[in-house]
Design a protein around this ligand. Structure first.
Ligand code: HDE
Length: 700
């Protein structure tokens, strides 16, 4: 008899949501859902009202504890396929056969903010993937930053307490720009490398489908021959790695706090399925101690120049959840959910995580039976003697609930290795029981300096500005001083740029880390920018617009997989050039921050109207300030030029060639739409033109 049939014939039970009538939880039909049962129309409510009591009690219990970190998340279903067999490195079946498609569920998250916080806060992003493999669930619980703040799990509660809102007044929500965070960080030198990443534009991704993922911790691959290699996992987004700019992220938090969640949902609904390549870095056992960093230290990357990244497969996210709570909220990840061929290293952060995640799920669900919730159910058979507990609904029949047994023919029994029985890698371990950090974990500045020096000048500017912003919100001067001291140990130029803005003096006599190695892969400027697919363009119009120029650009953008929306003062249609143009959004309800690029078609009357509309002018100026590609044709060039001139160095007006190199594509010839569209689309693929960044001169 199978598990389910012992619980009654579930096939005969109607699905929740079936049938025309409202019912109670017991299936009884409800006659009146507007009024509670009262003694007289103006009298007290009767305790007897079982329908009211059931409904309100259920409501009172709707919430489960939100995750202590990573509370705000967005999920999607998809699948994974390996490119070619990885048998040389691992026996994990999910990485063997390119013809096998493995279902996955992914949950992206911010770390610090509460469940209802804004998506665009500066933060690391979680990137957790559940593979439903034939050998059971494998969870790859990653972040979008390859290193972590701390080296040992014992520091995690301190770190999280410090970055969360301060406990006396719960301020600030979802932001690290406060005293307790920087106090803690300034006393934790091992955080410096991670701080450089979080303060970089990686902390404000443009889209969940445009960020990398990193397993951070070091795992082990073990092959059939029992040979192990240390492995780090990576996810590489096919759309490229792109970010917001800070001013935009701040504004989006108000304009659309669901910006990332909506973007992911819409992309999947439109068929723009986010894709990520899985990649690995491998270190042979013999080489484990041959680097100038310890591969077990989660505050270090393995520079690609030393340990190449091998792309091994692709994940496609192609289905939105049907029910947020049931899937995205209830999904339960755990780095200890592994399959044969994937094992753990002694990375002390990973070792502690292996305890924490199971514990946290039991807290969230109040029961070890969280694995029976549909989103968490393995697609492999589950067969063991675990039983009972809160909310268990898949149960075994019969009298035998122990192993070994004879009464049930010895079943279920231990699986030999050939039958995917998990065998831990038999590493030799010995040593004194000590509370001690390995001396190989002691260098906290070299890789922070390597990261800083590997960034392009605009990226460095953004790190400086982020540090200025965050530290200027720290009220305690000593904390600011201590932080600037750490920055001086990373790079004296960096410290010299941050110090004056946060009201402290540049420290003297501090030696900066010496590093000649660069890690170009850490700079987003060096990542591939070859597609405009999935980006959003605003077409800004007013009555009198040249309708043909709208249609022609829309067609060209759509052919390139770019989504265009017509934005005007009011919804409905605008008429121009004998055509009716349907309006998708109002200027007031969107704002340029909701788009990757802006196109302004010509038409004398339309442009005159836009020039007189402060919100429209602001829309263009703001997009310019955020270094977004802009395209203007015919009379629209006159709308764009004031923004360009306001932002131009020394007030000089650049010519159209210079403008094109700065992502402003103009053509005064009304017939040039397709040539303009070609340049514009290439510009969108570049994402941002930081070569024209002159923020202070542009008021938007
Ligand atoms: Fe987590 N982390 N973490 N973490 N983590 C949790 O588990 C923890 C760490 C990550 O979408 C919690 O289910 C410890 C690194 C993601 O559901 C908790 C340490 C990385 C998610 C927990 C770390 C992560 C979590 C809270 C050692 C990058 C969200 C809720 C210092 C590889 C998963 C939960 C989701 C969630 C503990 C560090 C990634 C408390 C002890 C490093 C993506 O168990």
């Amino acid at each position: 008899m199978d598990e389910q049939s012992m619980n009654g014939d579930l096939a005969k039970v109607p699905r929740v949501g079936e049938g025309d009538y409202l019912t109670t939880n017991q299936g009884g039909r409800i006659g009146d859902n507007q009024n509670s049962l009262r003694a007289g129309a103006r009298g007290p409510t009767l305790l007897e009202d079982f329908q009211l009591r059931e409904k309100i009690t259920h409501f009172d219990h709707e919430r489960i504890p939100e995750r202590v970190v990573h509370a705000r998340g967005s999920g999607a279903h998809g699948s994974f396929q390996v490119y070619e067999s990885m048998a040389e490195y691992t026996m994990a079946k999910v990485l063997q056969d390119p013809s096998v498609t493995t279902p996955v569920f992914v949950r992206f998250s911010t770390v610090s903010g509460a469940r209802g916080s804004a998506d665009t806060a500066r933060d690391a992003r979680g990137f957790a993937v559940k593979f439903y493999t034939e050998e059971g669930v494998w969870d790859l619980v990653s972040n979008n930053i390859p290193v972590f703040f701390i080296q040992d799990t014992v520091k995690f509660p301190d770190l999280v307490h410090a970055f969360k809102p301060e406990p006396h007044h719960e301020i600030p929500g979802a932001s690290t720009a406060h005293d307790t965070f920087w106090d803690s960080i300034s006393l934790t030198p091992e955080s410096m490398h991670m701080i450089m990443w979080v303060m970089s534009d990686r902390g404000i991704p443009r889209s969940l489908s445009m960020m990398e993922g990193f397993g951070v911790n070091t795992f082990r691959f073990v092959n059939e021959q029992g040979v192990f290699r240390l492995v780090k996992f990576h996810w590489k987004p096919v759309l490229g790695v792109h970010s917001l700019v800070w001013d935009e992220a701040v504004k989006l938090a108000g304009r659309d706090p669901d910006f990332h969640r909506r973007d992911l949902w819409d992309a999947i609904e439109k068929g723009d399925y986010p894709e990520f390549e899985l990649a690995v870095q491998l270190i042979d056992e013999a080489d484990e101690l041959s680097f100038d960093f310890d591969p077990l230290d989660a505050t270090k990357i393995w520079p690609e120049e030393l340990v190449p990244v091998k792309r091994v497969g692709k994940m496609t996210l192609n289905r939105n959840p049907e029910n947020f709570f049931a899937e995205t909220e209830q999904v339960a990840f755990h780095p200890g959910h592994v399959v044969p061929g994937i094992d753990f290293s002694n990375d002390p952060l990973l070792q502690g995580r292996l305890f924490s995640y199971l514990d946290t799920q039991i807290n969230r669900f109040g029961s070890p039976n969280f694995a029976q919730i549909p989103i968490n159910q393995p697609h492999a058979a589950v067969n063991n003697n675990n039983q009972d507990g809160h909310m268990r609904y898949r149960n075994k029949s019969g009298r035998v609930n122990y192993e070994p047994n004879m009464l049930n023919d010895g079943r279920p029994m231990e699986a030999p290795r050939e039958a995917s029985g998990y065998v831990s890698y038999p590493e030799q371990v010995s040593g004194p029981k000590v509370r001690q950090r390995s001396p190989t974990f002691a260098d906290h500045y070299t890789q922070a300096a390597m990261f800083w020096r590997s960034q392009s000048p605009p990226e460095q500017d953004h790190i400086v500005e982020a540090l200025q912003f965050e530290l200027s919100k720290v009220e305690t001067r000593e904390i600011r001083e201590r932080m600037v001291m750490h920055l001086a140990r990373i790079d004296d130029g960096l410290a010299a740029r941050v110090a004056p803005a946060v009201g402290v003096s540049v420290p003297s006599g501090v030696e900066a880390a010496v590093t000649t190695r660069l890690a170009p892969e850490t700079s987003m400027a060096n990542t591939v920018k070859d597609t405009a697919k999935g980006r959003r363009v605003a077409i800004l119009v007013a009555a009198g617009v040249d309708g043909a120029q709208v249609t022609a650009m829309k067609t060209a953008l759509s052919e390139a997989g770019v989504h265009a929306e017509v934005v005007a003062k009011h919804l409905g249609t605008v008429v121009g050039g004998g055509q009716e143009v349907a309006v998708d959004k109002t200027i007031a309800a969107t704002g340029s921050v909701m788009y990757d690029a802006v196109y302004i078609p010509g038409g004398q009357q339309g442009i005159e109207a836009l020039k007189m509309d402060g919100n429209a002018v602001h829309f263009v100026t703001e997009a310019f300030k955020h270094c977004k590609p802009l395209a203007a044709i015919g009379e629209a060039v006159d709308l764009v030029m004031p923004a360009v001139t306001a932002g131009a160095r020394n007030g000089a007006t650049p010519d159209s060639g210079q403008l094109g190199a700065q992502g402003v594509f103009i053509s005064r010839q009304s017939s040039d739409v397709s040539a303009l569209a070609r340049q514009f689309i290439q510009g969108i693929a570049q994402h941002r033109f930081f070569n024209r960044e002159q923020k202070d001169m542009i008021p938007a």
